[in-house]
Design a protein around this ligand. Structure first.
Ligand code: ZN
Length: 233
């Protein structure tokens, strides 16, 4: 099976369109989404509809959750609170109902999919580095655990060993962010897994950053949400 893993779209339609074009070019059997479909960007309705139509699996992210959960929204920084409020005003009742129905975790074919961490995903903790990944090695049974949330593309082995590599090694993998990369590379990011070939690839896709940023400004959303797209921070 060839599986595309997308995450942290953040209502960036230009980035999502470019990623789906790339996915169609390389060809996949399934698409899994790790959440944060909305928040920050100017096209929550369109992105939600596209993810809903094209992905077979989707878990909830904290920005999806904040659309219908005011206490969580209060914990956000000011620009994220503003965008959550704006997003809520754009979405239909049916859109919000779909977000409410998303699970925290999904598991199939020896793979776990979660937005934040495999243990207590509702706490929205982050896995940034190798040490944090090790802390969660016993928190899941599957061979692969896909996480989003940090917007940093990375692959961490969580199999303790002194040296060498075996095909049964376990990994925590973050495919990076489609719509708001923060790892210094502004190109849209997603993951491509081939379970038959035994390969995983982080793909980076160019998209119209200026157009996505201009829409954020035109919508009256905080200007830093546009400028950070250019910087990939
Ligand atoms: Zn996010």
């Amino acid at each position: 099976m060839r599986l595309a893993i997308i995450s942290d779209i953040h209502a960036n339609l230009e980035a999502l369109d470019a990623v789906f074009e790339d996915i169609d070019r390389v060809g996949v059997d399934r698409i899994a989404c790790l959440g944060d479909v909305v928040g920050y960007g100017a096209n929550p309705v369109e992105c939600l509809a596209l993810v809903r139509a094209r992905s077979q699996h989707c878990v909830v992210g904290n920005h999806d959750f904040a659309v219908f959960d005011k206490p969580l929204r209060k914990l956000f920084v000011a620009s994220a609170q503003k965008s959550a409020q704006w997003t809520e005003n754009q979405l239909s009742e049916a859109d919000v109902a779909w977000l409410k129905g998303l699970p925290y975790k999904l598991s199939f074919d020896n793979m776990l999919f979660v937005h934040s961490t495999p243990r207590d995903p509702e706490l929205w903790d982050y896995i940034f580095g190798h040490l944090e990944a090790q802390m969660y090695s016993n928190a899941f049974m599957e061979r692969l655990c896909f996480v989003g949330h940090s917007h940093h593309a990375h692959v961490h082995s969580v199999t303790p060993r002194v040296r060498g590599y075996t095909p049964t090694d376990r990994f925590i993998i973050n495919p990076g962010s489609v719509g708001q990369p923060r790892d210094g590379n502004p190109k849209a990011s997603y993951g491509l897994l081939d379970t038959v070939a035994g390969t995983y690839e982080n793909r980076r896709v160019e998209y119209d950053i200026e157009k996505a940023g201009a829409k954020i400004l035109a919508a009256g959303l905080p200007p830093n949400l546009a400028s950070r797209l250019r910087e990939g921070r």
